[in-house]
Design a protein around this ligand. Structure first.
Ligand SMILES: *[C@@H]1O[C@H](CO)[C@@H](O)[C@H](O)[C@H]1NC(C)=O
Ligand SMILES: *[C@@H]1O[C@H](CO)[C@@H](O)[C@H](O)[C@H]1NC(C)=O
Ligand SMILES: *[C@@H]1O[C@H](CO)[C@@H](O)[C@H](O)[C@H]1NC(C)=O
Ligand SMILES: *[C@@H]1O[C@H](CO)[C@@H](O)[C@H](O)[C@H]1NC(C)=O
Ligand SMILES: *[C@@H]1O[C@H](CO)[C@@H](O)[C@H](O)[C@H]1NC(C)=O
Ligand SMILES: *[C@@H]1O[C@H](CO)[C@@H](O)[C@H](O)[C@H]1NC(C)=O
Length: 468
C-alpha cells in the first residue's frame, strides 16, 4: 500500500489568492537580491566563538592543526534507530566527502543489519590486509571484533541514544508494518498492556519491539534484567565508545562532538533529516493529506507508559546511565560555555537555512519536493519530511546547501558512485534504479517508482532484511 500522498497537492493550492502569491514572489525576490549581494557562496568558518558574520568564501577546510587539537578523521558511528542518527550521518557524509575520506559503505543501505556486523557486508571489501576505512556509519548491529578489523586503531567510536519511551513510539509508528509484534498489537497502547503476549522474539524484525538500543549495541534485548546484566552492558559500551550523544539534547551533543573531534563549528551544523510527521489521529483537515491510510495509534495512558518502560528496561537503564554521563560532560565542558556554543550553533543553522531553504526553512512533505535527488524516502505510516532547495543560488552555494539537505539514501548513492565509479550506473536518478539489472536490491534500494511516487516501502524493506 502506497502512501497516496500525491493527491493532496491539488487541494493545497486552492486557498492561496493570486495576489498573495504575487506578493510572495516579490518578497522572495527582494530577499534573494539581498542574499545575492551579501554572499556569493557559503563560508563555513573554523572558529567556535566567532559572531556569525556575513557568508563568503568556500566550504570549510579542516581547522588548523594545533599541538593540542588535531581533527579526527577516523570515525565509527553506531547508527542507532529512530534517534536522529540520520542527521548525524549527514554530518559524517559531508565531512567525509569534503575531505576525501574512505567510507565503509554497505552494498545496499545497511551493513548486514539486523544480523551482527560482519566485514563481508562492506562493499568492495578485500580482506583484512587491505587499506582500512576512515568512516563507518551506516546501520549495523555492533560487533566489536569485526568492526575493528577494518578500522584504524585510533578510530573514534561514538553513538546516540534517545529516551526509550519516545523511541518506542517512533519505532512503533515507523516499523509497525514490518515488525510482527507491532502488527499484531495494532495500537501502542494495546501493545504496552501486555507486550509479552504479542512478542515472538525469534520472528524476523521483532527486535524493533524491545530494547532496540540494547540490540543495536550488539547485546541481547531479551536478557533478564539484573543489576549484573545492566552493569556489564554499560561497562562494555563505555569501554568501546568514547562519546554517547542524546537526541533530546541534540545541539549540546553537537557541541560536545565537535570538541571531541576537533572539528569546525560548521561541520556539525545541520538541518533535521528523516524527521517524521505524524498523522493526526482523527485525520482532520490538517494540510489535506490522504485519510484512507490507517492511522497508527501511539497514545498511551500513564499506566501503559510505565509498563512500556518496564518492557524496555534495559534501554531505560542505558539511557539513564548515559544521560548522567552526558550532563557530567557538560559540567566539565562548562555550562555557560555550552550555552554560548549552542546559541552560536543555532544562529548559524538559522543563517544557513535562510540561504539554502525557501519558505522560512520549514521541512516539507516529500511530494512537495520536485527534485528527486533531495526527496526523502517514505516508510510506514509516518511521513518523512525533507527540504526544498532555494532557487537561483550560485554553484558553490548550491553544492554546499545540497550537502546539508540531501537525504541519506541519495547521499549514500552519491558516495557509492564516487568510491566505485564503475559499479554504479547512475547518480541521483531514482528511476534509473529500476534498471540496475540483477543487483539484488537490498533494503531501501528502490525508494521511488519511475514516476517519482514513493512506492510501498514494506515489501522492499522486508526483502532487504532477507538479503541482509
Ligand atoms: C580560524 O581561522 C583564522 C583565519 O581564518 C585563524 O586566524 C584562527 O586562528 C583560526 N581559529 C582556529 C580556532 O583554528
Ligand atoms: C571567521 O573567523 C575569523 C577569525 O577567526 C573572523 O575574522 C571572521 O569574521 C569569521 N567569519 C565568520 C563568517 O564567522
Ligand atoms: C488509542 O489508544 C489509546 C490507548 O490504548 C486508546 O485509549 C484510544 O482510544 C485509542 N484511540 C483511537 C483513536 O483509537
Ligand atoms: C531469565 O530467567 C528465567 C528464570 O530465572 C530463566 O528461566 C531464563 O532462562 C532467563 N533468560 C535468560 C535469557 O537468561
Ligand atoms: C536527563 O538528565 C537531565 C539532567 O539531570 C534531567 O533533567 C532529565 O530529566 C533526564 N532525562 C531523563 C529522561 O531521565
Ligand atoms: C555551474 O554549473 C553548471 C552546470 O552544472 C555549469 O554549466 C556552469 O558553468 C557552472 N557555473 C559556474 C560559475 O561554475
Amino acid at each position: 500500500m502506497g502512501l497516496l500522498i500525491g493527491e493532496s497537492s491539488g487541494r493545497r493550492s486552492g486557498y492561496r489568492r493570486p495576489w498573495l502569491r504575487w506578493l510572495g514572489w516579490v518578497i522572495l525576490g527582494l530577499l534573494f537580491a539581498g542574499f545575492a549581494r551579501q554572499c556569493t557562496s557559503l563560508y563555513l568558518n573554523n572558529s567556535s566563538l566567532q559572531p556569525v558574520g556575513p557568508l563568503k568564501g568556500p566550504l570549510s577546510g579542516l581547522p588548523r592543526v594545533t599541538e593540542t587539537c588535531r581533527p579526527h578523521t577516523h570515525l565509527m558511528f553506531l547508527k542507532t534507530h529512530k534517534t536522529a542518527s540520520s542527521t548525524v550521518l549527514n554530518i559524517l557524509y559531508r565531512f567525509g566527502e569534503e575531505h576525501g575520506l574512505r567510507f565503509a559503505l554497505p552494498m545496499g543501505y545497511m551493513l548486514g543489519y539486523p544480523f551482527a556486523f560482519n566485514v563481508h557486508r562492506i562493499k568492495g571489501y578485500r580482506g583484512n590486509r587491505a587499506a582500512k576505512y576512515d568512516i563507518m556509519a551506516n546501520h549495523l548491529r555492533f560487533n566489536k571484533d569485526e568492526v575493528q578489523k577494518v578500522l584504524h586503531k585510533d578510530t573514534f567510536y561514538f553513538s546516540i541514544l534517545r529516551e526509550p519511551l519516545s523511541l518506542a513510539k517512533s519505532s512503533f509508528a515507523y516499523f509497525h508494518d514490518i515488525c510482527p509484534t507491532f502488527r499484531k498489537a495494532g495500537s501502542l497502547g494495546a501493545f504496552a498492556d501486555s507486550p509479552g503476549s504479542f512478542h515472538k522474539a525469534h520472528l524476523r524484525n521483532s527486535h524493533y519491539a524491545r530494547n532496540l538500543l540494547w540490540f543495536d549495541f550488539g547485546m541481547d534485548p531479551n536478557a533478564n534484567v539484573t543489576q549484573e546484566q545492566v552493569r556489564e552492558g554499560l561497562v562494555t559500551i563505555r569501554k568501546n565508545f568514547k562519546l554517547i550523544l542524546l537526541s533530546e539534547y541534540f545541539d549540546q551533543s553537537m557541541v560536545l562532538l565537535r570538541h571531541a573531534l576537533c572539528w569546525p563549528l560548521d561541520a556539525v551544523v545541520s538541518f533535521t533529516l528523516n524527521k517524521a510527521h505524524y498523522r493526526p489521529p482523527q485525520g482532520g483537515a490538517e494540510d489535506g493529506f490522504d485519510l484512507r491510510q490507517p492511522v497508527v495509534n501511539v497514545s498511551l495512558t500513564p499506566a501503559q507508559r510505565e509498563k512500556l518502560r518496564e518492557w524496555n528496561a534495559l534501554d531505560w537503564h542505558l539511557y539513564q546511565a548515559f544521560n548522567r554521563s552526558f550532563w557530567e560532560d557538560v559540567r566539565h565542558f562548562g555550562p555557560e560555555r555550552m550555552d554560548q556554543e549552542v546559541a552560536l550553533l543555532r544562529a548559524r543553522r538559522d543563517q544557513l537555512a535562510g540561504v539554502c531553504l525557501p519558505k522560512a526553512g520549514e521541512p516539507v512533505e516529500a511530494h512537495h519536493i520536485g527534485n528527486k535527488d533531495i526527496r526523502p524516502y517514505q516508510c510506514g505510516s509516518v511521513r518523512i519530511l525533507g527540504y526544498e532547495l532555494q532557487q537561483g543560488l550560485d554553484n558553490a552555494t548550491t553544492e554546499a546547501c545540497l550537502r546539508l539537505i540531501r537525504p541519506e539514501i541519495q547521499y549514500k548513492d552519491l558516495l557509492d558512485a564516487k568510491q566505485f565509479p564503475r559499479s554504479q550506473p547512475y547518480i541521483g536518478d531514482p528511476a534509473g534504479k529500476l534498471d540496475v539489472n540483477g543487483l539484488s536490491q537490498s533494503v531501501l534500494k528502490l525508494p521511488f517508482t519511475a514516476d517519482g511516487n514513493p512506492e510501498s516501502p514494506v515489501s522492499k524493506y522486508t526483502q532487504g532484511q532477507k538479503d541482509a
